[in-house]
Ligand binder design. Structure first.
Ligand code: SF4
Length: 334
């Protein structure tokens, strides 16, 4: 493996998030337009190419791999990719293989994912209201997500719910989501809206709800104890004193976590983004398709990591969004 993957600011890169498709069976209004155009298939890495590239990262010292999308489970034969990454787990080359999903296909795949070595899944769930869910996702039926969560738990997977904090959308459901998560044995993390994707900036500003306010809202019912827990990601955790429940907050805008960032993102096109909130990327697809592998591929990856910027450029002003990027979350992986 040689020296660890390290950027120009001395941060070791141990965590790769890979978006295996930009496609999704939902059209969440904060993520994509209803008439979104997906990438032509020839621009998307094959599963074999994704395996080669991710395996190269594992060889270079990445210990945690999260599979994202779009919706990863809509990609045909995606279980073969999980099986390939599961082999790294079994060989001790990888510590963790996880998945972020909207949950709609989870009921079908939960057992197979567990068999590949997946132990935890993050399921996006922004509301418990069936009609609101269908409005927000434009296509979704919430019952499928509930079934997916139940199937995941039956297969032995730990489920964390990810809820986007959306002013005027789910700000009346913070306690309901908290109670539901507790009642169903799920962790819960609230996520601050990021200015990504081809969504009008006005919509972003209207819906942006700083997590400091979510926290203050929770404090009207619970005493929040800050937790030192770190899962290696950007979430900060609190424990609810009354129930012992753990709640996470991911607030890239109101609390910048760039200093300790150990992650990079690979898109389904093979672009390596070393920062979610900056446009700079390295296109590894031509490298892969030129048949470059081994030490030469490792050099390309190391050179890209060395260019990882210090931090993101996001910010919400009173009437403007700074750092807004047209690149969608479904393209890069949220
Ligand atoms: S937020 Fe997730 S589930 Fe919703 S459309 Fe985007 S990729 Fe699909």
């Amino acid at each position: 493996m040689g020296t660890p993957l390290c950027d120009g600011f001395g941060r070791d890169v141990r965590y790769l998030r890979v978006s295996v498709t930009d496609r999704c069976d939902l059209r969440c209004s904060y993520c994509m337009k209803e008439d979104v155009t997906f990438l032509p298939r020839n621009q998307v890495l094959s599963l074999e190419e994704l395996d080669r590239l991710c395996s190269a990262f594992v060889t270079l010292g990445v210990r945690k791999l999260r599979v994202t999308g779009g919706e990863p489970l809509v990609r045909r034969n995606i279980l073969s990719f999980f099986a390939a990454m599961g082999a790294h787990l079994r060989a001790g080359r990888l510590d963790e293989l996880t998945l972020t999903t909207n949950g709609t296909q989870l009921a079908r795949h939960a057992q197979a994912l567990a068999a590949c070595g997946v132990k935890r899944v993050n399921v996006s769930l922004d509301t418990l209201d069936a009609q609101k869910y269908t409005r927000l996702t434009r296509l979704g039926r919430i019952g499928q997500v509930f079934d997916g969560i139940a199937a995941a738990q039956a297969a032995g997977l730990r489920v964390k719910l990810n809820a986007m904090a959306l002013k005027g959308v789910n700000d009346d459901e913070i306690f309901a989501l908290t109670d539901w998560a507790a009642g169903h044995g799920c962790d819960l993390t609230f996520i601050e809206l990021m200015p990504m994707g081809d969504i009008p900036a006005g919509t972003r500003l209207d819906q942006f709800w700083p997590l400091d306010e979510v926290r203050a809202h929770l404090e009207t019912r619970f005493r929040l104890i800050d937790s030192a827990l770190s899962t290696g990601g950007p979430a900060r955790y609190v424990t609810l004193a009354e129930t012992g429940q753990r709640i996470g907050f991911i607030s890239p805008l109101s609390h910048n976590f760039c200093n300790s960032c150990n992650r990079v993102r690979l898109t389904c096109k093979g672009e390596l983004y070393t920062c979610l909130g900056q446009e700079g990327s390295t296109d590894l697809r031509p490298v892969l398709r030129a048949g470059i592998e081994g030490a030469a591929l490792a050099r390309e990856i190391r050179a890209a990591i060395a260019r990882k910027p210090a931090g993101h450029a996001f910010g919400y002003g009173p009437c403007a969004v700074a750092g807004q990027m047209a690149r969608g979350m479904n393209h890069t992986g949220g």
